[in-house]
Design a binder for this molecule. Structure first.
Ligand SMILES: [Zn+2]
Length: 321
């Protein structure tokens, strides 16, 4: 089986319905039955309903040990699919919403990463994210926490949330503060926002990669720029189809972006919500884009090269391919 690496996945969005039910039972946290459909999976139709289901599921992750559990469980599933490296987005704002401190939240995730490495040999690293629609002040507060509490497993800073909220430039102080401390930067752009959102992000934020960036396909000159600057794209075809950005995997421009020289990677984003996984993304790419093992391994190489971990780990990971 092809070895895999993942750069774009939201930790709270990795918890399976089974794990969410288990945690809610253990914590005595009631969860709205509407979160699940008749098949037991997460139930949602529109993108807003997805966000509601996501928040309900995330609200049962209440303690440091819950974060350890969620992280370990996700990495175990990734290792079963031959993933050797996962960079995951942590969200201190989600943790704060349930009363957890930044350091407890981080320590829980780190414990899950260490345990999964010991049991399965998989390597995990953390990208701390702010939430765009919570605004620049909240983002700066998260940025200050990241810089004040350096952690060996935290390798980057990023931003998710509603891409239509605020301007990229509003977040420049937060991103610059973290970048100056030595951490690498990514940001969601070009998913629900178009090429302008990508241009603004490249212009105002010190990003080394783009989260999604898929809508660069709508702008030929921007596409040439991203390809020639070799800015890696964290592409998530299954997620984009699930949220209705493209009608199906064949209509997704993954192959086109790859052929035009973009540095592409495959990612699951929020796997159980989108009925996907890192393994399914690779399998679907083989099936729909006609990629053979060598092409899929090149995608893993792209991800390792674009990873925010140190060079020694990159070399070690490359030697495992
Ligand atoms: Zn995402």
């Amino acid at each position: 089986m092809v070895k895999k690496a993942e750069l774009h996945v939201h930790l709270e969005g990795t918890a399976t319905p089974e794990l969410v039910r288990e945690l809610s039972g253990r914590n005595g946290a009631t969860i709205d039955p509407a979160t699940f459909g008749p098949d037991g999976d997460f139930a949602w139709g529109t993108f807003l309903e997805f966000l509601t289901a996501y928040d309900r599921a995330a609200a049962v992750i209440l303690t440091k040990d819950d974060y350890r559990r969620v992280t370990y469980d996700y990495l175990r599933r990734c290792a079963e699919e031959e993933a050797i490296y996962v960079e995951m987005f942590s969200s201190p704002d989600h943790a704060a919403a349930v009363g957890m401190s930044y350091t407890d939240h981080l320590d829980g995730i780190a414990a899950g990463i260490e345990e999964a490495k010991a049991d399965f040999g998989i390597e995990g690293r953390i990208i701390v994210t702010c939430v765009r629609h919570l605004g620049p002040e909240r983002a700066e507060a998260v940025a200050r926490q990241v810089v004040a509490h350096p952690h060996p497993l935290v390798v980057g800073f990023g931003m998710g949330g509603d891409e239509g909220a605020f301007e990229a430039a509003d977040f420049a102080p937060a991103f610059t503060h973290v970048h100056q401390s030595g951490l690498a930067i990514t940001s969601h752009a070009g998913e629900f926002g178009g090429p302008t959102s990508i241009r603004d992000t490249l212009l105002h934020l010190p990003v080394q990669r783009l989260g999604h960036g898929v809508r660069v396909i709508e702008d030929e000159s921007l596409l040439q720029e991203i390809a020639s600057r070799k800015i890696p794209l964290e592409l998530c075809p299954g997620s984009n189809v699930a949220t209705g950005l493209f009608d199906n995997r064949s209509a997704h421009p993954f192959k086109n972006l790859m052929e035009q020289g973009c540095v592409v990677t495959l990612n699951s984003d929020d796997p159980p919500f989108f009925k996907t996984s890192i393994g399914r993304e690779y399998d679907a790419a083989a099936q729909h884009y006609g990629l053979d093992e060598a092409a899929l391994t090149q995608i893993t190489r792209n991800a390792i090269a674009a990873a925010f971990c140190d060079d020694a780990l990159k070399e070690e990971l490359s030697s495992r391919l």
